[in-house]
Design a protein. Structure first.
Length: 164
């Protein structure tokens, strides 16, 4: 069976459209099922057990490309539930990481804006919805959270986590 160039192009466009939508898929905003056997340590901590979260920190995201609050402080070893609420009209996300990791990820997002990922240190949130990250901050220092959708990070949609 032979396909025309137009048919191949149309199928490719449909596949790319599906991938672009997948990045904003509402399933990302749902709570993850915790599996201790899959937890990996990072430079900024590790996925936390929701049953051990000592507190909930609410962070709003807005179309002004800002988080509120833009700075949070936690204790080393503390497990917290971060609830990110999108108060805007466009998709936003909250991604935890080191400054270097977030910069690299933001550059990758520019090249592949429809990339699909579902990591425990990130949540994608549609307008009017909330997403959660449960995280144990195991290392002292300053880390960031950011929206890495193309243009958002560059517009200053970045916050700071201080781990004492």
């Amino acid at each position: 069976m032979t396909f025309s160039k137009t048919t191949v192009f149309a199928v490719a466009c449909l596949a790319l459209a599906g991938a672009a939508y997948a990045h904003g898929d509402e399933s990302h905003a749902k709570a993850r099922k915790f599996d201790a056997s899959k937890v990996e340590d990072t430079a900024f901590g590790r996925e936390g057990n929701p049953a051990k979260a000592s507190r909930t920190i609410r962070v709003d995201m807005a179309d002004t490309m800002r988080f509120s609050p833009a700075e949070i402080t936690v204790k080393r070893g503390e497990t917290v539930k971060l609830v990110a609420t999108n108060k805007g009209q466009v998709l936003h996300e909250m991604v935890l990481g080191t400054t270097e990791e977030l910069k690299k990820h933001a550059e990758m997002m520019k090249k592949f804006p429809g990339m699909e990922h579902d990591e425990p240190h990130m949540t994608h949130v549609k307008p009017g919805k909330s997403g959660e990250i449960v995280w144990q901050f195991t290392q002292p220092g300053e880390f960031q959270f950011a929206c890495l959708l193309p243009g958002h990070y560059e517009a200053g949609m970045v916050g700071k986590v201080t781990v004492k």
